[in-house]
Design a protein around this ligand. Sequence first.
Ligand code: NAD
Ligand code: UDP
Length: 357
Amino acid sequence: MSRLTRKITGSDLILFNVTFDMAILVCGATGFIGSHFCVLALQQGLDLLLLDNLENSSPKVLNAIREVTGISPRFVEVDIRDKSSLDAVFATNQVDSVVHFAGYKAVGESAAEPLRYYRNNVDGSLNLLESMKEHGVRKLVFSSSATVYGVPEFNPYTEEHRKRPFNPYGQTKSVVEDMMYDLCASDPQYALVALRYFNPIGAHPSGMLGEDPKGIPNNLMPFITKVAVGQLAELGVFGDDYDTVDGTGVRDYIHVMDLAYGHIRALQYLNSNAGYQAINLGAGRGYSVLELVSAFERINGVSIPYVIKPRRDGDLAAYWADASKAERLLGWKTQLGIDEMVRDAWAWQSANPNGYN
Ligand code: NAD
Ligand code: UDP
């Protein structure tokens, strides 16, 4: 068992001592979630090699990681669709396990350009699993999504809920999960964990790292912060006639630092447990759009003008996680609430109105 350790300055989380020693390759390391994982993992003394093709992130993220942690991260600019470059990374570096964040993530875009999504998310992951196999690496934590469940047959979703994704993005996540499952069935030495994220928001509490979407944000929280900082006039709320507390959509929002820590617990788990596991990472409760807006206004003292718009195509009314499997297997549950999520999202955006640029 891990022992309780100190609070790491600035993280707000109670962390446990890391009791494993692994060289970890982090794919998609400079993205929103990957960068927060890297900060926490470096602060916990883990040995990381960061990999990204910088398609959806800035090299300035590396400076931010260095400033927050005092550690210069090792970084390689590689595209996981390029198998020979990926092989070279494994051939020239010690790698004991992989955390795999790399991929595309926009649901609407995936419907418009499904092949691009399959090529990157599925083919890229297949390359990675093949390179791992060829170099004897059998431990992986993969970024999956609650999108794999599709329309809720019950709420909260447990991991046993049927997988029926209804967009290409969700399909790509489901296919990668299936590859991981099959690989574990083929060889008992594999230890592969798919973490099904709910709705990650917030930022590092230092205000030095955060979410930096290109163009007009698709997701709710970055849209709210862009309104707060004056770059967008008002929030459009997609529907107020759902069967929810106030008619607006309900989601399970999770602080990105809590999510990052879930990966460290998952690495600890797969260090001593073989086989495949799919595990929800969520808070286990939902908030409506208007509840999130009013928490943002209350905590940050900034008003968010909004207008009710029609429902967004393909949106679900409400879903949230049953997060008990994560607690049982990983000893993990969320520690940060909605107040910290909106506080930290605003700390990042207000200090960096143009993100990393
Ligand atoms: P992000 O776009 O900020 O980060 C992904 C990173 O991967 C980017 O830095 C990008 O440049 C890199 N990348 C993409 N394709 C690559 C390739 N072929 N080779 C190398 N690097 C590549 O996204 P994020 O929000 O940090 O999400 C990380 C992962 O979590 C993704 O797989 C996403 O599907 C999954 N996820 C995200 C959310 C969310 O709401 N953010 C929810 C559920 C699951
Ligand atoms: N949403 C909204 N306005 C926006 C973006 C999102 O009202 O500009 C709503 C959306 O309908 C959903 C919730 O906010 O109910 C979360 O949406 P998001 O796109 O952030 O996440 P996802 O749909 O993937 O859960």
